[in-house]
Structure formats: C-alpha cells, structure tokens
Design a binder for this molecule. Structure first.
Ligand code: SF4
Ligand code: SF4
Length: 92
C-alpha cells in the first residue's frame, strides 16, 4: 500500500485560474488540468506520493488535495466521495 494525491473537485479553484499544483508537481504527465471539468486531476499511475501538490495547494489556502492510500494493485482504498468528506472534516 502507498499514498497518492487526489483532488477534491468541489474545492479546486482551477476554474478561477489556479494551476499551482500542476506547476509544482515534479512528475511529467502526473497532475494536469481536466479541461472538461476544469479541475486539476492526478494520474494516480504516475503519482509518486511526494505531497508537494498538497503543500502548495494548502499554502494557497485551497485545501483541495488529499493523500489517499492505494493498494499494491493500484486501486484507491476509499471512494472519491469519502476522501472529500474526510478533507472537509479536517478543514474545521
Ligand atoms: S493547487 Fe489546489 S486549487 Fe489550485 S489547481 Fe491545484 S488542486 Fe486546484
Ligand atoms: S504527490 Fe507529488 S507526484 Fe503526486 S501529484 Fe502531488 S506533486 Fe505530483
């Protein structure tokens, strides 16, 4: 099991122009803009779990990225909705 980053769509401000995590992620083709949803999106197959994106997103007070455990086979251990609820719980 290891951790990868996951964007909480509802909190991501990419539609207002934020691209911080995309600029800072050191892995190629890992964090990118989903132009359909206009949110940042992590390619979990490429994510190395460095948490840099979490740091920059939190520093900008967006708190839109959480680290999420995945199994050795690459499947997320919690559904996206659950991670969103967890992120919201931690915010307050
Ligand atoms: S830094 Fe946070 S708010 Fe900005 S694009 Fe990335 S996930 Fe969205
Ligand atoms: S944890 Fe690191 S490798 Fe993964 S998306 Fe964030 S910045 Fe990129």
């Amino acid at each position: 099991m290891y951790n990868v980053a996951q964007v909480i769509d509802e909190k991501c401000t990419a539609k207002k122009g934020c691209r911080l995590c995309i600029m800072y992620c050191p892995e190629a083709n890992c964090l990118d803009l989903n132009v359909t949803k206009m949110v940042a999106e992590v390619n979990i197959d490429r994510c190395k779990g460095c948490e840099l994106c979490v740091v920059v997103c939190d520093a900008a007070k967006h708190h839109a990225i959480v680290m999420q455990a995945v199994s050795a086979s690459g499947h997320l251990m919690a559904k996206k909705g659950e991670s969103a609820a967890l992120g919201q719980a931690y915010q307050g």
